[in-house]
Design a protein. Structure first.
Length: 123
């Protein structure tokens, strides 16, 4: 049976001169890169390593919505509830559609049948 070589003492690496410390203050930040440069570099790295480099554009900033509370007769609320359920939309969508038809400016992107479905829920 062969004998294993003896292990060096635990303090062998500690002997000698300590390594010089890295001067972090001497490091200068690099100039900011243009988005096109970063995207081109990402695509080059992806092509070299066979990775997917499809980047989705950032979502458009959401328009802030204000809360509108109003009292309507019970029969009107019931009619809105039934129509919203039939069309699988919200009552807010029905009201905004009616306001758009009445001539009020409503952006098409804001006319979403059900905003609750887009609030951070996964696919």
């Amino acid at each position: 049976m062969r004998q294993k070589p003896a292990l060096p003492p635990i303090d062998a690496d500690l002997a000698g001169a300590p390594r010089p410390r890295l001067d972090l203050r001497a490091l200068k930040p690099r100039e900011p890169l243009a988005d096109a440069e970063v995207e081109a570099n990402s695509r080059a790295l992806g092509a070299r390593w066979g990775a997917s480099t499809s980047l989705e554009p950032p979502p458009a900033p959401a328009v802030p919505f204000a809360s509108l509370r109003l009292e309507v007769p019970a029969y009107l609320d019931q009619a809105l509830t039934l129509k919203a359920a039939e069309q699988r939309v919200t009552k807010a969508f029905l009201v905004m559609s009616a306001l758009a038809q009445a001539g009020y400016p409503v952006e098409p992107a804001d006319l979403v049948p059900d905003r609750r479905k887009t609030r951070g829920r996964g696919p």
